[in-house]
Unconditional design. Structure first.
Length: 117
């Protein structure tokens, strides 16, 4: 049950007495700048998590065909995945949209990193 907002003179005096008796504590609120920074950081983390999940799916797809992506840098990931998919029409059609989505996420991640800095 929500309490009504106290605006009357006696209500204000009663609230002042309650405050004087230490029934209330001061509350810390983050600044607007801190809230903006937190928003950027949460957005960046969400994009990072989605990109990692997409990469894990891209690593798992070729395994059904006996192919392994292996340890590879993030820069060569797309080219190596494309090399593995070449020649297999099923693998090509399933990895192409995922690679485009990964490229888009990577581009957005770079933009958010610049804004955070």
């Amino acid at each position: 049950m929500a309490m009504p907002i106290k605006t009357g003179r006696r209500d204000v005096e009663g609230l002042a007495r309650l405050h004087h008796l230490s029934w209330f504590r001061t509350v810390h609120c983050n600044s607007v700048l801190a809230q903006k920074n937190r928003t950027f950081l949460r957005a960046r983390k969400a994009i990072q998590q989605n990109m990692i999940a997409l990469e894990m799916s891209l690593i798992g797809l070729p395994l059904n065909f006996g192919l392994k992506v292996g340890m590879i840098s993030r820069d060569r990931f797309e080219a190596h995945t494309q090399e593995l998919a070449d020649g297999n029409p099923m693998l090509e059609t399933s990895t192409a949209p995922m690679l485009r989505a990964r490229a888009s996420l990577l581009q957005e991640l770079v933009g958010l990193k610049k804004r955070v800095r």
